[in-house]
Design a protein around this ligand. Structure first.
Ligand SMILES: Cc1cc2nc3c(=O)[nH]c(=O)nc-3n(C[C@H](O)[C@H](O)[C@H](O)COP(=O)(O)OP(=O)(O)OC[C@H]3O[C@@H](n4cnc5c(N)ncnc54)[C@H](O)[C@@H]3O)c2cc1C
Length: 520
């Protein structure tokens, strides 16, 4: 049975296939001469059109008066997908049940209702649906708002490379040499790309090392009987293993990481109860660990398991992180982080079962240790590592190795032109523990002099230093609505026409020119 649809937000409809993507919709409007994007009043530019940027654009349009325009700058040929939801592998499932994946905190069943209309009434709140479907949902939520606010939205299919101040406004320099002028800019850049792990002996020319497992062609060269090594044992590694099997790869998959810990699985029957007594938390990393252990024992007596404790902590993790002194945050990162990650970021039950059966049949082999040597041979790679338990040197021979160490968090190590530009102009600086960027409570960038910007903001993983948990939809959607409100308020205060729009410098006629910046 369909749930009641609240009237807080128009329900994202299932549009005809021809207009289901923003791309095709804008193109159709342009062809019919209906779309004219003119900018008056305040222009908010969002860089990054993954979940965060696309949903923020939808929120802004939803609450926009006629004087607000939104420009979304995304280098990929689609919106709403980013890294997580761009996958074409149907076996890549969400790791959060459908009932918790609404893009909008004020309408918790929005995704579930959409999924039921899309797939049928059999979709259950506890289902772990395909990630590619979720990308479709995020895009369609924006499209619904774009249809209501046609002249107020523009997508620039480009890479943003730099931001310069232009009086009260900002100019965003695009890779094609053009500039977008805006009154406020939001960086929704997602996770930083992975850095290469230390692999002594690996040459930069090595053909048997895949630095980016998310690259379109990352698995193209696998032959069914190869054996491969996945460096890192988190969600990325499991994703690559699942994608390889889906493509018919039958060889052995070695997974190697320092601790050899794989993400735990969700349980379908997971209790929805919450443990009580969460008013105050121990102010130390080890105190927290003891607290979690005690709560787990109590939960077990009540017939639950540790999942209940970890899930109950979720609404409080940002508060706990912020209340920990600096040295305790460091201690947490050094000693507890890997254990927290595998319990907190879990696998969909179906994937958990698959991985467990491959481990028991020996098709997936888990190793723990530190890599000491990496040598490319004529027919493969030889990897030597020091085993964590025995302390002995062990070696593995595989056809190919994948970097599955997950996203980089230290912005100083990232080669992204925009981030490098922001750091070099001192408009941004790393957070004290080198976890993303330093930001104010509202998500404003803090410059190298410690001043919070009133023009540039960020959402999502870049706020990790301030919030710790800021990766998944349930946390990010909260930031999105807070930031949207903040931007509305600050744009109303400063609602003068932007110089760019007055001169028409970035105002574009609808059509191929707008969409034609490489749009697929
Ligand atoms: C494999 C994977 C699976 C996940 N599964 C789940 C899940 O099941 N549930 C959940 O809640 N969370 C999941 N997550 C967490 C995920 O990070 C968030 O759900 C969400 O996708 C983050 O969105 P984002 O927009 O912040 O980042 P992203 O999705 O990474 O989007 C950032 C976008 O910015 C663009 N961009 C970056 N720099 C520029 C630039 N300079 N110019 C133009 N464009 C730029 C990129 O092209 C990208 O499209 C998963 C993450 C990954 C990596």
């Amino acid at each position: 049975m369909l749930l009641n649809e609240p009237n807080t937000r128009q329900s994202t409809s299932l549009l005809p296939a021809s207009t289901r993507s923003i791309n095709s919709y804008l193109r159709v409007q342009a062809t019919h001469g209906k779309r004219k994007s003119r900018r008056y009043g305040c222009t908010i530019a969002i860089i990054g059109g993954g979940f965060s940027g696309t949903t923020l654009a939808a929120q802004l349009l939803h609450g926009a008066t006629a004087s607000l325009s939104v420009v979304l700058i995304e280098r990929r040929p689609y919106l709403g997908r980013g890294v997580a939801y761009a996958t074409r592998c149907a076996a890549h499932l969400l790791n959060v049940p459908a009932e918790k994946m609404s893009a909008f905190g004020d309408d918790p069943t929005h995704f579930l209702r959409w999924a039921r209309r899309r797939l049928g009434p059999h979709v259950e709140p506890c289902d772990f649906l395909p990630r590619s479907l979720y990308g479709e949902y995020v895009e369609s939520a924006l499209l619904e708002e774009v249809r209501q606010h046609l002249g107020q939205f523009e997508w620039r299919h480009e890479e943003a490379c730099a931001i310069t101040c232009a009086g009260e406004s900002l100019d965003i320099l695009l890779h094609n040499g053009e500039a977008v002028r805006a009154d406020r800019v939001v960086l929704a850049l997602g996770n930083f790309p992975p850095s290469d792990p230390l692999l002594p002996g690996r040459s930069n020319l090595c053909q048997r090392y895949v630095p980016d497992p998310w690259a379109e062609n990352a698995l193209d060269h696998l032959t069914p009987a190869d054996s491969i090594l996945l460096i890192g044992s988190g969600l990325t590694s499991v994703d690559v293993a699942v994608a390889a099997r889906t493509r018919g790869f039958k060889g052995t998959i070695h997974i190697l990481s320092r601790h050899g810990l794989l993400p735990k699985g969700h349980r379908l029957s997971a209790a929805r109860a919450s443990i009580c007594g969460l008013e105050s938390f121990p102010p130390t990393a080890h105190g927290l660990l003891r607290w979690v252990r005690r709560q787990t024992e109590t939960a077990e007596v009540r017939g639950f398991d540790w999942r209940l404790v970890v899930d109950s902590l979720r609404p409080f993790t940002q508060q706990i992180w912020q209340s920990l002194p600096y040295a305790e945050r460091q201690r947490f990162l050094r000693h507890l982080r890997p254990y927290w990650e595998v319990h907190r970021h879990r696998l969909a039950p179906e994937i958990d079962v698959l991985v467990a059966s491959e481990i028991s049949s020996g098709q997936i082999l888990i190793h723990s240790g530190r890599i000491t040597a990496f040598h490319e041979k004529s027919k493969g790679v030889e990897i030597t590592y020091r085993d964590r338990k025995s302390g002995k040197l062990e070696s593995l021979r595989v056809e190919c190795a994948f970097n599955c160490t997950g996203p980089e968090v230290d912005c100083r190590k990232v080669r992204d032109p925009l981030l490098k530009d922001l750091l070099s102009r001192k408009l941004a600086c790393p957070s004290p523990l080198f976890l993303g960027l330093q930001v104010s409570e509202a998500g404003a960038l803090i410059d190298s002099h410690g001043r919070a910007s009133d023009l540039i903001y960020t959402i999502g993983p870049a706020r990790k230093g301030a919030l710790w948990e800021t990766t998944a939809v349930p946390e990010i959607r909260h930031q999105i609505s807070e930031l949207a409100n903040h931007l509305f308020a600050s744009c109303v205060q400063n609602n003068s026409p932007s110089p760019g729009s007055a001169q028409g410098a970035v105002t574009t006629e609808a059509g191929v020119e707008v969409l034609g910046h490489g749009t697929a």
